[in-house]
Design a binder for this molecule. Structure first.
Ligand SMILES: C[S@@+](CC[C@H](N)C(=O)[O-])C[C@H]1O[C@@H](n2cnc3c(N)ncnc32)[C@H](O)[C@@H]1O
Length: 251
């Protein structure tokens, strides 16, 4: 029933992005879309999370955590680096880390409760290669990732933000794809999974507009990775899912 209502919902697209007249406007637009506001403003006026946990970092408010995050993404470390945005309860994170112990996994999540749940799951499963960051990934990735150092950027079932006035809140914007192009190494990939067909089409278009990527819809929507919680729920109810992959070109 809920699903039928969702199917009737229109996924709005805007083919006329707001004009950008200079860096200041671009930065203001990006900051407005951030969850919780810009990192600089939060450092000035925000309240530290007081979150604790084995794998959890609060890189906005704790300088030591920011240093730990920088070490986790250090380009001098030869292990592949994989970033997931919106890990929620950490189901995928833990399964992925178990299957890939030689990979550095760094997850970003804006909700404290989810960070704690994911941390508990990782501890329970004796994971050793995960880092969970309580922060909007978009600005933090710009702050800590050196160019051409990321192997995979994973975005699984992001909030669709259906309405026209919410389009600016969507994760898969041209700015985000440009940031992915900066951070990914040649041959690295930005991978999106979604159960909203309009989001898949729209994101595929946004990715394809960036000249740094070869973009393809994957025939196997699971992309041969462990399923996320939402993905498992979709499979359970028989709903289709979609995967779009943007592979970083060499130049
Ligand atoms: C719809 S849920 C999908 C959860 C999970 N990836 C899955 O497939 O089951 C989207 C998640 O992304 C998180 N999120 C949204 N925007 C984010 C951002 N900019 N940075 C980090 N996490 C974000 C939300 O808090 C939420 O947990």
């Amino acid at each position: 029933m809920l699903r039928a209502a969702m199917a009737l919902r229109k996924f709005h697209v805007s083919d006329t992005p707001p004009p950008v007249n200079g860096d200041a406007i671009l930065q203001r637009r990006q900051a407005k879309a951030l969850i919780g506001g810009s990192i600089a403003m939060r450092r000035l006026h925000g309240t530290p999370s007081e979150i604790g946990g084995t794998f959890i970092l609060d890189p906005i408010f704790r300088a030591a955590d920011l240093d730990t995050l920088r070490a986790a993404v250090d380009p001098a470390d030869a292990r592949p680096l994989v970033v997931e945005i919106g890990f929620q309860l950490g189901e995928f994170a833990v399964a992925f880390c178990q299957a890939n112990p030689g990979v550095r996994y760094v997850g970003f999540e804006v909700r404290k409760k989810y960070c704690q749940e994911a941390d508990a799951l990782a501890v329970k499963n004796a994971i050793e290669n995960a880092t969970f960051c309580l922060v909007d990934a978009r600005e933090m990735l710009r702050e800590v990732l050196a160019p051409g150092t990321l192997d995979q950027l994973l975005v699984f079932f992001p909030d669709p933000w259906w309405k026209p006035r919410h389009i600016k809140k969507r994760l898969l914007t041209a700015d985000f794809v440009a940031e992915a192009a900066r951070a990914l190494r040649p041959g690295g990939r930005l991978l999106l999974k979604t159960d909203v067909p309009g989001y898949a089409d729209w994101a595929q278009g946004v990715m394809a507009d960036d000249p740094h990527f070869d973009v393809a819809r994957l025939a196997h929507p699971g992309a041969e990775l462990p399923p996320t919680l939402r993905e498992r729920r979709c499979h359970f109810h028989g709903y289709p899912t979609f995967a779009v992959q943007a592979t970083r070109k060499p130049t």
